[in-house]
Design a protein around this ligand. Structure first.
Ligand code: AMP
Length: 217
């Protein structure tokens, strides 16, 4: 399975990618997580990415493409890409890398702008295990602490209102054209993302022809 999850920042594609990966055993690749790890490790790639991420801008195509393609190289079981591709150039590079059979499906998780802003600016993440919380819809049991591992919660620099608006603008101008790109290839699946996480996952698996336990029919 070579799957792409499309959707604006805050659409829930990260959590869906994680859940589907867990249920199916297919590798989850988040370009944003790879950049955050590089930043934490203090590598040159991390330093470069940080300067773009802080402002909600996209990291240059050639940098992202190299990083993601290296990461997925040689993985026979396939992958679930979350946050990549984000531009037509990146999508073309991905198509070129899998020129024989291409990508299987691109799933668009649809959420309105008001809801995206509400979600993005209320998001807090565990520094240790990356589990996301939301101040309104899913607050942690103990303020500032992760329910799963007890780690410290923090707000990403790119989740403030100003940066959130910028990220949505970047999404609309640079990433949204991918919707038509995959529609024309006959690979687009669309989901309403303004529902509970479990419902979205269930429909996603159904649309992919997978059973609730993640096995294929
Ligand atoms: P995310 O966690 O997917 O929201 O990504 C966080 C940030 O990492 C984005 O706002 C970009 O600055 C950068 N980033 C992640 N994936 C990509 C990509 N495919 N192309 C360019 N920049 C990216």
């Amino acid at each position: 399975m070579k799957l792409i999850l499309l959707g604006a920042p805050g659409s829930g594609k990260g959590i869906q990618a994680e859940r589907i990966a867990e249920m199916t055993g297919v590798m989850h690749v988040s370009s944003g997580d790879l950049f955050r790890k590089a930043e934490k490790d203090g590598t040159d790639l991390g330093k470069l990415a940080k300067s773009y991420m802080e402002k909600g801008q996209l990291v240059p195509d050639e940098v992202v493409v190299k990083m993601v393609l290296e990461h997925i190289a040689g993985n026979e079981k396939g992958f679930i890409l979350d946050g990549f591709p984000r531009t037509i150039e990146q999508a073309k590079a991905l198509d070129k890398a899998f020129v024989k059979d291409g990508i299987d499906k691109a799933v668009l998780i649809d959420v309105t702008r008001d809801e995206l802003l509400r979600r993005l600016t209320g998001r807090w993440i565990c520094r240790k295990c990356q589990k996301p919380f939301h101040m309104v819809s899913s607050p942690p049991k103990v303020a500032g602490k992760c329910d799963a591992c007890g780690g410290e919660l923090y707000q990403r620099a790119d989740d403030t209102m100003e940066t959130a608006k910028n990220r949505l603008e970047v999404y609309n101008t640079q990433t949204a054209p991918l919707i038509d790109y995959y529609r024309k290839q006959g690979k687009l699946l669309e989901l309403n993302g303004e529902r509970p996480i479990e419902e979205v996952s269930k429909e996603l698996l159904k649309k992919l022809g997978w059973r609730g336990d993640g096995r294929s029919h």
